[in-house]
Ligand binder design. Structure first.
Ligand SMILES: Nc1ncnc2c1ncn2[C@@H]1O[C@H](COP(=O)(O)OP(=O)(O)OP(=O)(O)O)[C@@H](O)[C@H]1O
Ligand SMILES: O=C(O)C1=C[C@@H](O)[C@@H](O)[C@H](O)C1
Ligand SMILES: [Mg+2]
Length: 164
């Protein structure tokens, strides 16, 4: 979900595990030489989703162990969730709605084009969560950012890798 903390935890994991992190939203902005907000405004969400799909395919094929933070919608379009699942271990960063509302209201207003208006934010987020949950639930692990630490996530990731 937007604002759930994927980019933040991605950076923390990379730091603690001494790995490289790729933030898919940043990659798209770099390649398009424009911000996500501009892509949505000057083109469309459809165009953004196409760019997102190609960027995901490219990073998923990189022959190196990476942490990839995706955008909140990435798993829910095209066959992106299959690409994510076949490229490694996936984590659903789950953050309670109340906390999402606090974060999206407090931080980086206007950065997220889908939520540039904070009117009806709760209803928008509730609907988005319900629609997206079937995709998010396909992830190998669900990590609740308000309940578990990053170190606990690392323990669970290592346990999972041992079993596979
Ligand atoms: N565990 C946390 N506790 C409190 N605030 C947090 C936490 N994780 C992230 N944040 C804050 O919440 C905001 C959103 O975090 P972040 O950008 O990592 O989310 P995201 O899931 O990558 O969002 P998007 O889908 O838009 O890419 C940031 O301002 C960040 O500092
Ligand atoms: O949840 C979403 O659909 C989005 C989340 C962001 O990470 C960006 O990928 C974009 O703003 C769309
Ligand atoms: Mg992010």
């Amino acid at each position: 979900m937007p604002g759930s903390g994927k980019s933040t935890v991605g950076r923390q994991l990379a730091d603690k595990l001494n790995m490289t992190v790729v933030d898919l939203d940043e990659k798209i902005e770099e390649q398009a030489q424009s911000s996500i907000k501009e892509i949505f405004t000057h083109h469309s969400e459809t165009h953004f989703r196409e760019l997102e799909q190609s960027a995901l395919k490219v990073v998923a094929q990189i022959d190196e162990s990476l942490i990839i933070s995706t955008g909140g919608g990435a798993p829910c379009f095209f066959d992106n969730m299959d690409v994510i699942k076949s490229s490694g271990v996936s984590v659903f960063v789950d953050t309670p709605l109340e906390e999402l509302i606090v974060r999206l209201n407090a931080y980086e207003k206007g950065k997220r084009p889908k939520f540039s208006s904070h009117e009806g934010l709760r209803e928008q987020l509730e609907k988005l969560y319900t629609d997206r949950l079937p995709f998010y639930q396909q992830a190998d692990l669900r990590w609740v950012s308000t309940k578990e630490t990053v170190d606990q996530l690392i323990v669970r990731l290592k346990e999972l890798k041992k079993l596979n």
